[in-house]
Design a binder for this molecule. Structure first.
Ligand code: KIV
Length: 256
């Protein structure tokens, strides 16, 4: 059964929400079959798939293409598409671009901060997931956010503003677990953490990180469930060797 925003809201306090990023059809299909609640086409696409050093270089065209690919692999999971940098600077652009992502197959969109834009989208019938704490599109200091009283207070206020704006859930990225616990208690919508400790209503990771496929760096909060990069390297080395030694293609893999 398709996971709707109503179901996600109702999961708060009842069932933990599982979420992962995906960028392509095959990976999305595995996630759907594995029962992941929410699949996010994150703008982390820019770094782990396209090889940029920032998410800021991701365009609407990139997001539309990859949202379509993911959506074609999914039957049940809720599909969230990230609104890329500069695609929601004003109400008109935000609405136009959010509609394009929904047309590509997303069930809802995610914006970083900007409660006034999130509120405008919600008023226009778009389901919005908020994102606070470390927000890669605008931040320059890639460290844990909200470690002192003033910044923690500001992040909590942002959470409340996004809830008031009508967001159906909130990503809390890279904040101390005590602050995440406090925000999770303070809002009625589910919080989904990444580097925010165990007290959120759900958890998200970047698939390339948790599978050990992206190895340029590993944030402390990433738990690796596989080491795919080494497995792939070994397979590619074996293939290379077979070619050089004329072991492949053999009779079994040839047409008669
Ligand atoms: O782009 C992304 O992958 C994200 C997650 C880290 C939440 O926004």
């Amino acid at each position: 059964m398709k996971i709707t925003v109503e179901k996600i809201r109702a999961m708060k306090g009842r069932e933990r929400i599982s979420m992962l990023t995906a960028y392509d059809y095959s990976t999305a299909k595995v996630m759907d079959q594995a029962g992941i609640d929410i699949v996010l086409i994150g703008d982390s696409l820019g770094m782990v798939v396209l090889g940029f050093d920032t998410t800021q270089k991701v365009t609407m065209q990139d997001m539309i293409r990859h949202t379509g690919a993911v959506a074609r692999g999914i039957k049940n999971s809720h599909i969230v598409a990230d609104m890329p940098y500069k695609s929601y600077d004003n109400e008109k652009d935000a609405l136009k671009n959010a509609k394009l992502l929904l047309e590509a197959g997303a069930d809802s969109v995610k914006t970083e901060k900007k409660p006034e834009i999130a509120g405008f989208l919600v008023k226009n019938g778009i389901n919005v997931m908020g994102h606070i704490g470390l927000t890669p599109q605008t931040i320059t200091n890639f460290k844990v956010q909200g470690k002192d009283y003033e910044t923690a207070k500001k992040i909590k206020e942002e959470a409340i503003a996004l809830e008031k704006a009508g967001c159906y859930s909130l990503i809390l990225e890279c904040i101390p677990m005590r602050l995440a616990k406090d925000i999770t208690k303070a809002v009625k919508i589910p919080t989904i953490g990444i580097g925010a400790g165990p007290y959120c209503d759900g958890q998200v990771l970047v698939i390339n990180d948790m599978l050990g496929l992206f190895t340029d760096f590993k944030p402390k909060f990433v738990k690796r469930y596989a080491e795919l990069s080494s497995i792939m390297k070994k397979a590619v080395e074996d293939y290379n060797k077979d070619i050089k030694e004329r072991k492949f293609p053999d009779d079994e893999h040839s047409f008669h």
